[in-house]
Design a protein around this ligand. Sequence first.
Ligand SMILES: [Zn+2]
Length: 222
Amino acid sequence: MAKKKLWRILPVVLFAVLLTVIFVLNHTPEDTFVIPDHIIICLDAGHGGDDPGAVNGDRQEKDDNLNMALAVRDALDAAGHDNLEVILTREDDTPLTLEERVEFANRNKATLFVSLHRNSGGGQGVETWISAAGLKPETALATYIQKNLVEVGVAKDRGVKKGTAGNPKTSYYVVGNTLMPACLVELGFIDDNAADNTLLDEHFTDYAQAIADGILKMVKLK
Ligand SMILES: [Zn+2]
């Protein structure tokens, strides 16, 4: 009798296993990167609304991030590729949760995701973060962007980093939960007027172009 029951539920079990396998395959970031025909770049200006991010006097991180996201979009649009679409998590001073940013990128099936931030807390230079997993596509994306920014000129090349500042085994939320290759760029320290803010202001357009070029290198458009 028990054997008979087992045979009856076996198809159900197999079907459940199959569904699980399909789900995992569709929802696990891959170590390989397949470039789709239509490429969607999701730019994420960190913070916004009542969350200014890091602050230095009147200067607020959220504004620097948004201005840079808009400038990177302009640089990508100017590249003039018909199959390249740029989407922004925010285009104005709108507050967004981290979950909303990730949901936006995932729902729109973005090809790549780049989050833009400014650093703070005493330090100098530019760094780019990837997830703790450190998969090849996100490493490539971050490396292209970081290298291009360093070529423009930074106070210090802090490199491509895995995980978070506090723990290499955890990822920044937007990097760790987006389903596409993603990175988070820290465009210098907002509390460093002597070098980082000056460099950002003087090279603003070049920094935007450097980030755009890093992204374009990933997708190898015609
Ligand atoms: Zn930030």
